[in-house]
Design a protein around this ligand. Sequence first.
Ligand code: SF4
Length: 437
Amino acid sequence: MTTLTPTLSSSTIPNLDPAIEAIRAKVNAGVRLSLDDGKVLYETEDIWSVLELAKIVRDRMHPGVAYYNINRHLNYSNVCALSCKFCEFARKKDDEGAYTRDLEYIKEQGRKAVESGATEFHIVGGLNPYLPFEYYTEMLRSLREIAPQVHLKAFTAVELVHLARIAKVYKRDDIKSGVRWVLEQLKEAGLGSLPGGGAEVFDERVHKEAFKTKIGAHEWLDVHLVAHELGLNTNCTMLYGHVDKQDERLRHMEILRRSQDQALHRLGYESDPDGYIAQGIVESEQITAPVITLNKDGAKLPTPDMSADGGYYQTITPLPFFPDGSALEDLPGPTGLENLRTLAITRLMLDNFPHVKSFWIMQSLPMAQLMLESGADDIDGTVVWYDITKAVGEGTHQETTELDLKRAIIEAGYEPVERDTLYRRVERDGSDWRVEG
Ligand code: SF4
């Protein structure tokens, strides 16, 4: 009697898409993917191959490890002059629940950060029209005094343009000079790097429809460009799943990776002469740097000691839109699979970003574990009092323990590595810590 052994071929595996194989060859060779490749990755039914390709890149860049940090979030005020449609955080001054933290509160947070051994403060808030510029420099100075070891990652590009306005140094036709002055003052007061919020999706249609009074792509990029020139590292986000379309997300990714080309070019990275550049994307065309990728075997990732020559983007965090409580709450928001796919595509397209983060607060810790298998190498921190968008639980006190984060990473098959804000390894003994090297 003959036993038949089942064999796997493309006709017996459901949903295997041959178009993915051409992309696989590019991924294996570390070649930059085109916008058309991105479209295939979004449209294919073979989502599992998309996730697998992203894992190949993630494992090549960060073999065997996944990062977390011990941090505290500080939302200093939710009073905001704007009313972006997707925002559930902002309040007007006299609204119920509106708050602005005074310096005593901020100092208390500084003391708690030291007690808990935090390595980072993540500080963001609304565009509060009632606070003077000095409030922000005093906030940083106070934290620097009380918690000198704790890195201050503070203020999105949108807030920094607002600060230029309230400091009366904002110039519509020359945003860079006003923002440069603001960043110099803040750096002097203790600012260490910039978070990535406020980017949303770089597209004029989306901008007009969902956040038309907020700064657009040009201004956002200008702020990060000036920060890089001043030697500050920055981060970026993509808030997706509201009125945006998939091709607009890909355009957003192209603009960001071109902006990173520029930052890495300043640091002396070698260019890829045959690298792909999308045509017809205005913000991207303004950047003249050659294509520089970091996803090849053996590529050296940028390190903080290079920041004397200029800063760079460290991390991209794709953020799913949560409709509840926003002016767009009739929209469904993205599904779990869409979140996984978008994260994987972000890893594949942003070939010159050292890190891709799954922000567990918005994705949930179980989802963050799946994302470590689908392109992410970082799940962020222990996070206390996160007020912007809540996916987990009802309140604003969203804290997890270091043990939970480590357990989640180990279960996903990686060695947990505590990092500081600049992705240096941390050696820890309780609340005492130091960075390696
Ligand atoms: S997203 Fe930011 S700028 Fe827009 S309303 Fe909310 S806090 Fe204000």
